[in-house]
Design a protein around this ligand. Sequence first.
Ligand SMILES: [Zn+2]
Length: 138
Amino acid sequence: MKFLDKLRAGIAHFMSGRYGTDQLGFTMVISALIVTFIGAITGARTVCTVIADVLLVLCFVRMLSKDRPKRARENQIFLQKTAGVRRGISEWWNRMKNMRKYHYYTCPKCHKKLRVPRGVGHITITCRGCGEKFDRKA
Ligand SMILES: [Zn+2]
């Protein structure tokens, strides 16, 4: 126990003032895993391993960096550039989670996405965005 406490304190001391993890770093690690997987199934192992290693090294360099404002700026730019993609993934994930409870429709007039409970039969849906009414089976 004493050894683990010393190790924990040593790591905390080493990491103090360093940037640590963020969304960009997490995405780099996940990307490295995906690239490694793609390399394994396509046979392009060497190229994919190099790409994955570069991503992991960059991730570690960012984690251990003491230039915290610069790393935070990089993460902010990453979050701004990927906002649409992240929103799309989040919406898709919510749809997958709720697909047994809800039907999803798109308003024919304003293309807003609408959620309707399943199993209510034929209903008239009123769009919350534009007020358009249309009939569907839910
Ligand atoms: Zn509408």
